[in-house]
Structure formats: structure tokens, C-alpha cells
Design a protein around this ligand. Structure first.
Ligand code: SAM
Ligand code: SF4
Ligand code: SF4
Length: 343
């Protein structure tokens, strides 16, 4: 069964945040000194998460990505992976991590059935890494990436490109990606909850990135997607030697019209858009003993009414920054943070 929203977009992709905590403090995501954390008792147990995933699978979801916060900070993530990978109908089970704890867990994750890994890596320079994340952990990230290369043979490397911060490292990152068989994906800096230091002049557009890379590598060919990957946000490109990389132009060329993703926070709030200011509470009905059918009705009703096009609306506003009073709202509701709802 394919459930469609008001723009006929199917429900296919679920990003599952397993914790709002993180062991880094990236300046574009968690720049503040203090955060309000989700109350521990509200965080779903793995059995509860698994039950909600069953509901989503029955309504058409076939791709799940574990994220956070830093997902590997949650105790025994491989146990959750084992529960999810055993489910019929789940075609793609992936993880996005900052890589710091990956080397220690990679074998258990693979054995549990995790399909794919994406590691976020914004810089190759230790001093920059420290400034950007407030922690001296670049070596641990490299070890994590090496372990993913060893165990999976391939991985994706996600880089948020910020003008004046790391926009001079595009070529270095592609060269590094080649050494670990990693497909680098450059992400435009987004004005989302948590990004309190965002400003339009810090965004490096896809067009600019392609210009820089063309100067170094010569002509770059876009890869035409196959029919079933059209909802993937990254546009892929190929260098003349066959090296593939991607650019996610979420700020300057948003892809809302084909967006099939939604997000479930660690405490069971379901968000239909990265920019949505309100989510649907699935934890309360689950804990009150709602039947599977009642939960399915909630989710299908929510999706059928979905009309979100957050990034397009944000783009239409132009450079002014008053889309939602994000920073004021953040103080009241941690769910609006990128690290709570998952990137
Ligand atoms: N901690 C994990 C990590 O960093 O990979 C998973 C969660 S993190 C919120 C998921 C992704 O969101 C990361 O790749 C991160 O770079 C990206 N992200 C966070 N804030 C962003 C922003 N303001 N603009 C673009 N991407 C952002
Ligand atoms: Fe950085 Fe990810 Fe942590 Fe955000 S959640 S601060 S992007 S490592
Ligand atoms: Fe999807 Fe919202 Fe992102 Fe647009 S802004 S791509 S609708 S999550």
C-alpha cells in the first residue's frame, strides 16, 4: 500500500533519531553551551521503537536511517539494528554518525545487519576540526572511517560546506574520499533549528561548488538517476576518471516536491518536515496501549494531510531570516533542534 500526502508524495523514508545527546558540538548544529535534553523516561525503549517501525513499514516505509544526536552514544545500538534488520519489508537500513565511536562498534553493527554507513566529516585539518566541533577527535573519526572501509568496502562521507570555514577543502575531501572508497557528498549549509550562526553569505551553493571542482578536475558530468532513486536528495556527479561525488543543494535548490522522508525523535515525536515546528506524539498513544490499527490511523492521517515544503518556503523568503523564530522557540522546545530530530 502506498500512502500519499497532499502533493502525492509517498511515505517511504524514516529517519530514526535514537538519542538527542552528542559527543561533539559542531558550530552549525550545537553551538550553545547548554541544552535542554529530553527527559530520560521519555526516550523510547528499543521494543517501543521497533513497534513504531512496524507501523511505518506497514504503511509503505522501506528505508530507515538511524541518526541523532550521535546515534552511537546510545547504549547497544547493534541490538536495535538486529531487531530492525530482521523485519520483512525493510530494504535499506543505514546509519549516519560522526564516526568518533565507530571503530569500536563496526563489527557488531555489521553482524547485526546494518546495511550502509555515512560518516560526517567537514574537515581534514585537526586544528579546524577542533574549532568546528570543540573536540580533538579527528583521529578517532579517521579510525572510524577506516573501519567502515575495512568492513563495508565503501561508505558515504557527508560534508557541510560553510564559507570561510571549510570551502577551501572540497578537492582535498574528494581526494581523501578516494583513499577510503568513500563517496563524498557536499551539503549546503541550512538554516535549521540549532544553526544559530547561519547567514545567507555563509552558504556555498551547488553552482559555486561545481565551479571550484571544474577548475581543478575539468568537465564534470551529472549522473542521471535510475528510476527508483529519484527521491535521493543528493545529485550525483562524475569526474572524468569515474570518481563519483554528490551535492545536496538543500538551501538553494530544495527538493521538497519529491520529499518522502519524515523523522521520529528519540522520544517518539513524529515530524513531517525538517522545518516543521509541530510534531505528532506517537509515544503517548503507544504507552497508553493503542492498538496497531489505531497507530496506523494516526500515521496515515498525518501523512495524508502533509503539505510541508519547508526548504522551498524558506528559499522563497529570500535572505531575511524570520522564517520561524527558531532560536526563541528552541529555548522552549528541544524538539526543534537538528540534533534532537536527526539531520
Ligand atoms: N551526529 C551524527 C552526524 O553528525 O553524522 C548524526 C546526526 S547529524 C544532526 C546529521 C547530519 O546533519 C550531519 O551530517 C550534519 O552535518 C548535518 N547537519 C547538522 N546541522 C546542519 C546544518 N545547519 N546544515 C546542513 N547540515 C547540517
Ligand atoms: Fe555535529 Fe552530528 Fe553532533 Fe550535530 S549531532 S553536533 S552534526 S556530530
Ligand atoms: Fe522534505 Fe521538509 Fe526537507 Fe523539504 S524541507 S525536503 S519537505 S524535510
Amino acid at each position: 500500500m502506498v500512502l500519499r500526502d497532499t502533493f502525492a508524495r509517498p511515505l517511504r523514508n524514516l529517519r530514526l533519531s535514537v538519542t538527542d545527546r552528542c559527543n561533539l558540538r559542531c558550530e552549525y548544529c550545537m553551538p550553545e553551551d547548554d541544552y535542554v535534553w529530553l527527559p530520560r523516561e521519555d526516550v523510547l525503549h528499543f521494543e517501543e521503537t521497533s513497534a513504531l517501525v512496524d507501523v511505518f513499514l506497514s504503511l509503505g516505509v522501506d528505508k530507515v536511517r538511524l541518526t541523532g544526536g550521535e546515534p552511537l552514544l546510545r547504549r547497544d545500538v547493534p541490538a536495535l539494528v538486529r531487531m530492525l534488520s530482521a523485519k520483512q519489508g525493510l530494504k535499506d537500513l543505514a546509519l549516519t554518525t560522526n564516526g568518533v565511536l565507530l571503530a569500536d562498534q563496526i563489527d557488531a553493527l555489521k553482524a547485526a545487519g546494518l546495511g550502509r554507513i555515512t560518516v560526517s566529516l567537514d574537515t581534514l585539518r585537526p586544528d579546524r576540526f577542533r574549532t568546528l566541533t570543540r573536540f580533538d577527535q579527528l583521529e578517532a573519526v579517521h579510525a572510524g572511517i577506516a573501519s567502515a572501509h575495512r568492513v563495508y568496502g565503501t561508505l558515504k562521507l557527508d560534508t557541510v560546506v560553510i564559507r570561510g570555514v571549510n570551502d577551501d577543502e572540497l578537492v582535498d575531501l574528494i581526494e581523501y574520499g578516494r583513499t577510503v572508497n568513500g563517496e563524498v557528498r557536499f551539503i549546503e549549509y541550512m538554516d535549521v533549528g540549532g544553526a544559530s550562526r547561519w547567514s545567507p553569505d555563509r552558504v556555498v551553493s551547488r553552482r559555486e561548488m561545481l565551479e571550484v571542482l571544474t577548475r581543478r578536475y575539468g568537465p564534470i558530468a551529472p549522473i542521471v538517476p535510475g528510476t527508483n532513486v529519484s527521491s535521493a536528495p543528493a545529485k550525483q556527479f562524475s569526474l572524468s576518471d569515474g570518481t563519483v561525488f554528490g551535492i545536496i543543494a538543500s538551501t538553494t535548490e530544495p527538493f521538497c516536491r519529491s520529499c518522502d522522508r519524515s523523522r521520529l525523535t528519540a522520544d517518539g515525536m513524529w515530524y513531517l518536515c525538517l522545518y516543521a515546528t509541530r510534531g505528532l506524539d506517537l509515544r503517548a498513544p503507544l504507552r497508553q496501549g493503542a492498538s496497531v490499527d489505531a497507530l496506523k490511523d494516526l500515521v496515515s492521517g498525518g501523512w495524508a494531510a502533509r503539505d510541508d515544503r519547508g526548504a522551498e518556503a524558506r528559499l522563497a523568503l529570500g535572505p531575511q531570516r524570520a522564517f520561524v523564530p527558531v532560536q526563541d522557540l528552541l529555548r522552549k522546545d528541544p524538539h526543534l533542534e537538528m540534533h534532537t530530530r536527526g539531520g
